[in-house]
Design a protein around this ligand. Structure first.
Ligand code: ADP
Ligand code: MG
Length: 700
């Protein structure tokens, strides 16, 4: 059998069925191609040999040449430990293994020249090297190029089967030797010349066995760029197919309702950003193309009004509009706020949620079907098949990250022509992430807060300061303001969390007793009706304090609330903290956020708290969040919408992604269908990728 890129790794020397299974499970590697696409994440300079006498307290991993003179297995069972004596001709040190001792002892050659590599640590007065890499010097010399050694990511399970970085290196080299004759070029030569990148075959060669750091760098860049370029080609073509090429309903005129609202009922002047975004949207919706737009705007930036005014535009042109919110509370608040704004206008607004009674639901459904309802606001309930529109022209999806792609498309299916879609999110997404996860959407940004907002002052306090925190709460209330206390409620520890919430509620109630104070509470275990009562009491100012779990995270708008105390803040994620904090600072008053924690917490938690205290800028916070959690977690795992990148990394390769996006745009601008001769390589490979990577063709 002849080997090619698609051959299973099980056929590779040194793999076999067991290891093949493990490679698949741990790293998603199943073919030769997967294996050679497993790129090193760094290189170690192994050109220098040190002497044991060179070791200092500051030494990082070092390389020595010498002989192992003795090896001893100490202890038995799980506790066993392997100790070997290494001699570099002048001095001795000990090599120690705490794991895999029995397995390793057999592979350690005695009195034969070896190369060892590892980070020395001090043990009493002597140095030892825990878990060093050991290789026979003759084998080492045979394969070493310029002394630059690739380091591959591996896992504990693979390591236990001899496939840590160096084991993987051996496999990858073996695989590459077999297939290197059959690797085609996938980038047009003019692009390679322009970007000064090596050819594909050279790149694979250099990335796994570099001549020098510069070549390694270029090789890595080339391979990652190739992957990102094709990804961007897929996304941009998909974007074109769902916008420019897809006929959309046409909102030709700016009609009476839009104008009446703008002139008579808009309670404030639009910010420059709001005006710009409404203009961008109008540019989409009156052309006959289909709008598929992401609106990013930090909490409080005023996205709702943009959604409302666009809805009026739809209604003016004889269409219905729909706003879908992720939670009942938020849907209700949208419905109330919008109905209030439109109360003097002839626009019929209705709401449907999970708790809408059957008898109430019926006339609303009829109104949607016969066109009497102009604007419907709701939750997931809007997706149900019983909801039928006469003429749906515009769909708003608020807080998009909570909805899956499938749900979005179900709403679409309710119209004859694809309705325009505006996806709104208050979770700022780092630019490169937006470029991949939402790479097929047009993006608008509300980067300006309404005037008069002051930055929220944020401070971190531990339980020791609770009394003074309570005094501050008292002071805010005495000035007529309202206060949130937020408690974590995590599924896994729901019972304990619930108790904490209730204990907290009690101690706050003792400190702020009736009749002077009224305290509300909302949490997930309450009936929706009770939740709504408590919420509306707080909204109307009847209660001064609201004790809540994160159900208030999204959207809730009480401008008079100026203080938020977040309990066990160390347990919240960064973007969640930012979302929560956005519930205050929504009026003209100076607002505050106090992050309460225990005395001790993790390093990551410290970084989150520091970031919160330092900045109010959602985009800056999003960048830190992505550094801490990685892109996959930010998007949410099950419906992340992220493509499976094998070589490039959305976070580390930001600049390359931007270059790739630019290059893809440039190519498609002159040759949208990739029909020109100089783009034939791109076309062939794009078709192949779309066939092999269904995940890439479904991103949206
Ligand atoms: P978000 O973007 O977080 O959804 P909202 O749309 O809820 O923000 O707006 C937050 C608050 O700011 C609301 O009370 C809204 O009425 C108010 N608001 C929105 N735009 C403006 C503006 N241009 N000037 C003043 N207040 C505004
Ligand atoms: Mg909102």
């Amino acid at each position: 059998m002849s080997t090619n890129l698609e051959t299973s790794v099980a056929y590779l020397k040194g793999v076999g069925p067991k290891r093949a299974e493990l490679l698949q499970a741990e790293l998603g590697i199943s073919t030769y191609f997967d294996l050679i696409q497993h790129l090193p994440f760094r290189y170690e300079d192994r050109s220098v040999f040190y002497k044991i006498s060179d070791i200092t307290a500051e030494s990082s991993a070092l390389q020595f040449k010498g002989k192992i003179t003795k090896k001893t297995l100490i202890g038995g069972g799980k506790q066993s430990r392997l100790v070997a004596v290494f001699n570099d001709g002048e001095n001795e040190l000990e090599l120690v293994w705490f794991k895999g001792a029995k397995w390793i002892i057999n592979s350690l050659p005695i009195n034969i020249e070896v190369i060892i590599y590892g980070k020395p640590s001090r043990f009493g007065k002597k140095w030892n090297v825990p878990h060093p890499e050991v290789e026979r010097a003759d084998l080492y010399e045979k394969r070493r190029g310029g002394g630059l050694q690739p380091v591959y990511s591996s896992t504990e399970k693979l390591g236990a089967r001899g496939l840590s970085s160096s084991g993987l290196a051996r496999l990858i080299r073996g695989a590459w030797e077999e297939v290197k004759g059959g690797v085609d070029e996938t980038l047009p030569s003019n692009l390679l010349t322009e970007l000064r990148l090596p050819g594909r075959s050279d790149a694979f060669e250099q990335v796994h066995r570099p001549d020098n750091p510069l070549m390694a760098d270029k090789a890595l860049k080339r391979l990652k760029f190739e992957e990102l370029l094709y990804l961007q080609l897929v996304l941009l073509r998909h974007k074109k197919a769902t916008t420019v090429d897809l006929p959309g309903v046409r909102f030709e005129k700016v009609g009476d309702k839009f104008n009446e609202f703008f002139e008579k009922h808009l309670p404030f002047e639009l910010t420059g950003a709001q005006k710009r975004v409404i203009k961008e949207i109008r540019g989409d919706v009156n052309t006959g193309r289909h709008m598929n737009r992401l609106l990013q705007g930090d909490v409080g930036s005023g996205k709702t009004i943009v959604a409302l005014m666009t809805s009026l535009l739809a209604i003016d042109n004889g269409f219905q509009a729909c706003i879908m919110a992720p939670t009942e509370i938020l849907a209700r608040q949208h419905a109330e706020g919008i109905s209030d704004l439109l109360r003097e206008m002839d626009v019929r607004v209705e709401i449907i949620t999970g708790s809408t009674k059957k008898s109430d639901r019926k006339p609303i459904l009829e109104g949607l079907a016969d066109g009497r309802v102009d604007l419907i606001i709701g939750t997931h309930s809007l997706i149900e098949p019983t909801v039928v529109f006469k003429n749906l022209g515009f769909v708003v999806i608020d807080e998009q990250h909570r909805f899956g792609v499938a749900q979005r498309s179900k709403l679409w299916a309710k119209a004859k022509l694809a309705p325009h879609v505006l996806v709104m999110t208050a979770t700022p997404i780092p630019r490169t992430l937006a470029m991949t996860a939402y790479g097929d959407l047009d993006i608008s940004v509300l980067d300006e807060l309404p005037p008069g907002r002051k930055d929220i002052v944020t401070a971190h306090r531990t339980d020791a300061s609770r009394l003074s925190v309570f005094s501050f709460v008292e002071k805010q209330i005495s000035e007529g303001r309202q206060v949130y206390f937020v408690y974590p409620l995590i599924e896994e520890s729901a019972t304990i969390d619930h108790k904490d919430l209730m204990d907290g509620y009690e101690s706050i109630s003792r400190r702020f007793p009736l009749p002077k104070y009224r305290i509300g509470i909302v949490h997930g275990r309450m009936k929706p009706a009770d939740k709504n009562i408590e919420m509306s009491r707080f909204v109307s100012g009847e209660s001064q304090i609201l004790v809540a779990t994160t159900v208030i995270e999204v959207g809730v708008n009480v401008p008079n609330a100026t203080l938020m105390v977040i309990e066990s803040a160390e347990r919240f994620g960064l973007s969640q903290l930012h979302q929560l904090r956005g519930r205050v600072g929504r009026g003209g008053e100076q607002s505050y956020c106090i992050l309460m924690t225990k005395d001790e917490f993790s390093k990551e938690a410290r970084r989150r708290l520091e970031t919160m205290c330092r900045t109010n800028d959602g985009f800056e916070i999003a960048e830190v969040d992505m550094e801490i959690r990685g892109p996959g977690d930010i998007m949410g795992t099950q419906q992340s919408g992220l493509p499976d990148l094998k070589m490039a990394d959305i976070q580390r390769d930001k600049d390359l992604m931007i270059t790739a996006r630019y290059m893809a745009q440039r190519v498609l601008e002159v040759d949208a269908e990739l029909e020109k001769a100089e783009h034939s390589t791109l076309k062939i490979n794009l078709d192949r990728i779309l066939k092999d990577r269904p995940n890439w063709s479904q991103i949206s």
